[in-house]
Design a protein around this ligand. Structure first.
Ligand SMILES: *Cc1c(COP(=O)(O)O)cnc(C)c1O
Length: 379
């Protein structure tokens, strides 16, 4: 059966060009980048090139780029790293209610350790209020951490405005950019971003490698002790092939950004139109304007989203229900709760996230399947 994959916010395949650049570092140039002989130096050189590619893609300096094992690690290192290094200045952190668990649970941990966290509300489209943010700032606020774009409903936050507020009050600003990179042009200077997390497997790179950008002037504490890799901020022998992969993937993503964005926006708008034309009792979650180009998130009344997901799987279609991160645990998503999705809708949510290989024909097939399945599983 042909697989039609509509879950690019969960992960993507690795692009062939990316894989091709990675392969030599498994068996040919497998030297440890810390070793001084030639195959070690080759590994080090490959990391240097990847660091340059990442830095260029987000308008940072190479020395501001730290390689990690994933987006979750980048979020942990950013938030805990800044909190621990700046706790003499204050212990108050501002975040939002719709962050990824990698941010929310990190903040909860810090709360247990005596930090104070403000969780900002979002409006019915999933956006924070700049006014509420500014009102939440206190004398001892050391960090604002707000995601660039939400992984469930695709809402893009007012990052440039948040950056301005943070700068005005001299507060460090971190953003989880895992969903936005590759979809939206990222410029850390323009947006006044001090720390930024990304993960390769969300933009056609390999799993198990991420980046944390940290502005030169920002003080942060390492979380892992050991060797002196990554300027002594992240111990452990580098994932050379993975790092090569994220470097190539971000270069390609930036090169293709406009075309990719255009294609996904067209398909997304088409899919949204088709759903609204063919189904009653459906609600689009998130914003129509401030939205990632490939994100579609709908709640159907009197439907179980997980049941719908499994039925679609029988047709070779991969989508996600309310929240991929809580699948297997049926409490409704914190994001849908935060935007106020009503009881009768909240469990009937599916997320469709588009990618480069999807076509209009794929979307038509998806709509046909939905038309067949929905009446059968309506309660
Ligand atoms: C996927 C994701 C993460 C976690 O990234 P991993 O590399 O899977 O750890 C963090 N934040 C957001 C918004 C994500 O979508």
């Amino acid at each position: 059966m042909k697989i039609r994959y509509f879950d690019h916010a969960a992960t993507t395949y690795v692009k062939l060009e990316v894989l091709k650049e990675m392969l030599p570092y498994f068996r040919l140039n497998y030297g440890n980048p810390s070793s001084l002989y030639s195959i070690g130096r080759k590994s080090k050189k490959a990391i240097d090139i990847a660091r340059k590619r990442v830095a260029e893609a987000i308008n940072a300096k190479t020395k501001e780029i730290y390689f990690t094992s994933c987006g979750s690690e980048s979020d942990n290192l950013a938030i805990k790293g800044v909190a621990y290094a700046n706790k003499n200045k204050g212990k108050h952190i501002i975040t939002s209610k719709i962050e990824h668990p990698a941010v929310l649970n990190t903040c909860k941990r810090l709360e247990e350790e005596g930090f104070e966290i403000t969780y900002l509300n979002v409006d019915c489209k999933g956006r924070i209020s700049i006014e509420e943010l500014e009102n939440a700032i206190k004398e001892d606020t050391i960090l604002i951490t707000i995601m660039f774009a939400n992984n469930e409903i695709g809402t893009i936050e007012p990052i440039e405005e948040i950056g301005k507020i943070a700068k005005k009050h001299n507060i460090i600003f971190h953003t989880d950019c895992v969903q936005a990179i590759g979809n939206v042009k990222i410029d850390v200077k323009k947006f006044n971003i001090d720390l930024l997390s990304i993960s390769a497997h969300k933009f056609y790179g390999p799993k198990g490698v991420g980046v944390l950008y940290v502005k030169e002037s920002i003080n942060f504490q390492k979380l892992q002790d050991g060797g002196h890799q990554e300027k002594d901020k992240r111990a452990g022998t580098e994932n050379v092939a993975g790092i090569v992969g994220i470097g190539k993937a971000i270069e390609l993503a930036n090169l293709n950004l406009e075309r990719y964005n255009k294609k996904l926006t067209f398909l997304k708008d088409y899919c949204i139109n088709q759903i609204e034309k063919n189904f009653k009792n459906v609600k689009l979650n998130g914003s129509k304007i401030n939205r990632l180009p490939g994100n579609i998130n709908y709640s159907f009344s009197k439907i179980n989203g997980e049941e719908l997901l499994l039925k679609l799987d029988e047709y070779g279609i991969c989508v996600s229900s309310g929240s991929a991160c809580s699948s297997g645990n049926d409490s409704p998503s914190h994001v849908l709760k935060a935007i106020g999705v009503k009881e009768e809708y909240i469990n009937g949510t599916i997320r469709i996230t588009l990618g480069e290989e999807n076509t209009k024909q794929d979307v038509d097939f998806l709509i046909r399947c939905l038309k067949e399945i929905i009446p059968k599983i309506s309660k």
